[in-house]
Design a protein around this ligand. Structure first.
Ligand code: ATP
Length: 444
């Protein structure tokens, strides 16, 4: 499979089967904003729930929060985003397109006569690079004046930092402890693209772990390993996962150490999660800008300190894209070619397809009843249209791990077949054992 080709196929499958649609498509679409359809919303929800469970429910040292998208504008001055969150850009005066100054398609020197626009091809029409802030601005209150400017948050982390004392006091946690959050973030990205990889509105799953200075390096290593293991447990192909360590000139101004977890997409290796040692930078800045003490009192040693923060920051949309790309397979089975999404069963949007073999002899009635029962436990798709082979293929393409078929034998001995999406093996299962059987397979 040629790589560009694979991405085109995945984008088209995503649309055709209802994973991802372009935003406002009937109006020609909105640049780099995407909507999730019926299957996509389930996939993303399953991923978010899996993350939340592993962070908040399965540990006793992490609490959850859900902070608002709009925050006091001073938050973004303290965090450094107002002054620092910018990319150098060049504009074409001829065609009005805008590019990142490091865009590989740019030829010559922007601002000079030899600088050539990659869009219209004109020479000498590019401006010299200028800094451009990536934060979206809006206005709060009835008057559109400077005093009322607020930003759409470009990361969810700040909502955690400003609430750190509230959580600490209300939850009675002690350091080391963490705060987890899932929520929307917005960045006015200049060269978005590659489907949902880089978008202007996206969701982050961030966990900030507060530790004693001096213990930060140990916790950083612990979280780095834990996060890679989490992706391995999700079934992502091991050979397509790797760490990228930030070199000193890549490190953000706040970070002491940073590793990206990268996936090999059809368009190359790219980050989808970042693990950062943010030191006491953030709490220090908020303490300074707010005038409020944010120190932690260690009651054992009776000392006060500003905790260091280890951050794990994962994009929910990027993770959904990773799982979609990684699950995509084309293969020959039973003399036919099929497209199959081999999702880990527990994250698959639909868990069970239910099919009457033929539309007669009472089979649809039995199958409808089974589907209704199963709906109490799983996401179910009932399908009685077309040949059984075609119905299986349709569910393969949606990534549905199990297909339950009601056939001639069902009325005789109350059994159905359960087809496995990956091995194509069919097991005969008693109808009254079906829920337990599927639950066990999904948990495995
Ligand atoms: P990049 O270098 O790709 O712009 P970044 O280093 O700015 O990313 P972080 O600020 O560390 O990214 O954000 C953490 C995570 O949030 C990323 O690993 C990614 O999964 C997600 N993310 C960041 N920006 C976007 C975006 N524009 N679209 C989708 N996901 C994003």
């Amino acid at each position: 499979m040629a790589n560009a080709n694979v991405m085109d196929k995945i984008v088209s499958l995503a649309k055709r089967r209802g994973f991802v649609f372009q935003s406002s498509e009937i109006y020609g679409g909105l640049g780099s904003v995407w909507d999730y359809g019926p299957l996509g919303v389930e996939l993303k929800k399953n991923l978010k729930e899996r993350w939340w469970r592993s962070m908040v429910y399965q540990r006793d040292d992490i609490e959850g929060v859900d902070a608002a998208i709009l925050m006091h504008p001073k938050v973004w001055e303290a965090s450094g985003h107002v002054s620092g969150f910018s990319d150098p850009l060049v504009d074409c005066k001829q065609c009005k397109n805008r590019f990142r100054a490091d865009d590989p398609r740019l030829k010559g020197t922007p601002g000079e006569p030899d600088g050539q626009c990659p869009a219209c091809g004109n020479k000498g029409t590019l401006t010299a690079p200028r800094m451009f802030n990536l934060m979206f601005k809006t206005f709060m209150g009835p008057v559109e004046e400077q005093a009322a400017v607020v930003y759409l948050r470009p990361e969810t982390a700040q909502g955690i930092y400003v609430n750190y004392l509230n959580v600490l006091q209300s939850s009675r946690q002690k350091i080391p402890f963490g705060i987890a959050q899932i929520g929307k973030a917005f960045r006015n990205e200049i060269t978005p693209g590659n489907f949902t990889f880089r978008t202007r509105e996206f969701e982050q799953m961030e966990m900030q772990f507060f530790v004693k200075p001096g213990e930060d390096e140990r916790w950083f290593e612990e979280w780095r390993a834990a996060r890679m293991q989490w992706h391995a447990d999700l079934g992502i192909t091991a050979a397509k996962l790797r760490f990228h360590q930030h070199t000193s000139d890549e490190l953000a101004h706040y970070a002491k150490a940073a590793f990206d977890i990268e996936y090999e997409f059809p368009f190359g290796w790219h980050e989808f999660e970042g693990i950062h040692n943010r030191t006491d930078f953030d709490l220090g800045r908020h303490q300074e800008h707010s005038g409020k003490k944010l120190e932690y009192l260690d009651t054992v040693t009776n000392t006060r300190f500003l905790p260091y923060i280890i951050e794990t920051s994962l994009g929910a949309d990027r993770l959904a894209l990773v799982t979609l790309v990684d699950a995509y397979h084309e293969e020959e089975v039973e003399g036919e070619s099929r497209v199959v999404l081999r999702f880990l069963p527990s994250i698959a949007p639909i868990k069970v397809g239910v099919f009457p073999l033929v539309k007669k002899d009472g089979m649809p009635e039995v199958a409808t009843r089974i589907a209704a029962d199963l709906r109490h436990h799983f996401t179910v798709f009932y399908d009685d249209g077309g040949s059984i082979g075609r119905r299986y293929r349709r569910q393969d393409e949606a990534g549905t791990p199990f297909g339950v078929t009601v056939d001639g034998q069902t009325t005789e001995d109350q059994t159905v077949t359960v087809r496995d999406r990956d091995t194509l093996q069919q097991d005969r299962i008693a109808m009254d054992q079906l829920v337990g059987y599927l639950q066990a397979r999904l948990a495995g």
